[in-house]
Design a protein around this ligand. Structure first.
Ligand SMILES: *Cc1c(COP(=O)(O)O)cnc(C)c1O
Length: 367
């Protein structure tokens, strides 16, 4: 059995040592020493400031919207945020959960990221924010998005769940927007089992979010505003510290897997057009086939051989069973979603397994 991904399991001994230290301190959560240490080490590793660890990537999005006053509205009308239909459900559902209506803007057919020109067309008097996704870790057109946001006084929250460690023009991609959110779910490149983070542009927003994730408590006897519980605990941070120690070798191993695919996938399959000024973190291996029928044939053939590929992201969120209530149709996103498969990528994938996969893909595509 070859899964589409495997959670990265770091040195068990190192994790045990961290857990021993947790037992000694008997400090399990509420900004413990390991959470503080992981915060500092992530800020240094990623090249960012104002990083706040939270309990998962979905709450990272929700707390970011709240911290930036996207969710709260004094106006009678429902606030709106413009986002991409080609993403994991949490990008749009987190908006809806916070009472913000997602409005889709279609993606670029080559980069599969939100198309800045289509953002502009989706703006209404109720628009409050843009929520783009660096999909599969591919940097969005951040400068064009900045210009649109500035022209229309909109906030930007990047869902950077896939973009751990991605650098754009020699600085962290996470430094763009008013905030960027990360998911540290077990299946992500860097993980804390469950977990996430928000990187804020401004210190004030970070300070506010620090209180929001702890029920809005501002002091021993005071609750400043409506908050929630979104704190990361010490066991999550211990896993994160161990995974971070091994991140370089993990990414290197994955880059070799990527290289195999680059060399051996048939030329007729479409690959994501990468932002030339950003690096890749090799988090995913998406491939677009010539038709939905061909993608499904590949999925089936791989599955017969014990290989799991995933239709990721399918369906496009404008055609999902869970209605986002936009009534929109996004032709580019639907087209890509219908033909895409994510192929297996993880550090422990062996050359023989990789050859099996690419041989099977070639066989189906040639037939
Ligand atoms: C994984 C993911 C999330 C949700 O993160 P969780 O940590 O699982 O809550 C949100 N957006 C995108 C694009 C994701 O891939």
């Amino acid at each position: 059995m070859i899964p589409v991904t495997k959670p990265y399991l770091p040195s068990q001994q190192k994790l045990k040592d961290y857990i021993d230290s947790i037992y000694e301190r008997q400090w399990l959560t509420n900004n413990g020493v390991l959470v503080q240490e992981l915060t500092q080490r992530l800020e240094a590793y990623l090249g960012v400031e104002n990083l706040l660890l939270v309990s998962n990537g979905t709450l990272a999005l929700q707390v970011a919207y709240r911290s930036l006053d996207i969710a709260e509205s004094n106006r009678a009308a429902t606030p709106e945020a413009i986002t991409t239909p080609f993403t994991f459900i949490a990008t749009a559902s987190s908006l809806k959960w916070e009472g913000v209506q997602p409005i889709f803007a279609d993606i670029d057919s080559n980069t599969w990221c939100i198309d800045p020109e289509k953002i502009e067309a989706a703006i209404t008097p109720n628009s409050r924010a843009i929520v783009p996704v660096h999909v599969f870790g591919n940097a969005c057109d951040v400068e064009a998005i900045d210009r649109v946001a500035a022209r229309h006084k909109l906030k930007i929250v990047y869902d950077a769940s896939h973009a751990f460690g991605v650098r754009f023009r020699n600085q962290s991609l996470l430094n763009y927007g008013d905030a960027s959110t990360l998911s540290f779910h077990a299946t992500k490149l860097f993980h804390t089992i469950e977990g996430g983070a928000i990187v804020f542009k401004r210190k004030e927003d970070h300070q506010r979010a620090t209180k929001l994730i702890n029920f809005g408590i501002t002091g021993p006897d005071s609750i400043g505003e409506l908050g929630i519980n979104a704190k990361m605990n010490e066991f999550q941070a211990a896993m994160g510290l161990c995974v971070l120690d091994e991140i370089e070798s993990n990414v290197t191993a994955r880059s070799l897997v990527s290289r195999h695919y680059d060399k051996h996938l048939p030329l007729c399959v479409e690959r994501q057009q990468w932002n030339m000024e950003a690096n890749s973190n090799h988090a995913y291996l998406p491939v677009v086939f010539e038709s939905q029928a061909q993608a499904l044939a590949v999925l089936h053939r791989l599955s017969e051989a014990g290989v799991t590929a995933r239709r990721y992201f399918y369906p496009s969120l404008d055609q999902a069973e869970l209605e986002m209530g936009t009534g929109q149709t996004m032709p580019v996103s639907r087209d890509i979603a219908s033909r895409i498969l994510c192929l297996p990528i993880y550090a422990a994938l062996k050359p023989a397994e990789l050859s099996l996969i690419t041989d099977l893909v070639k066989e189906v595509v040639a037939s």
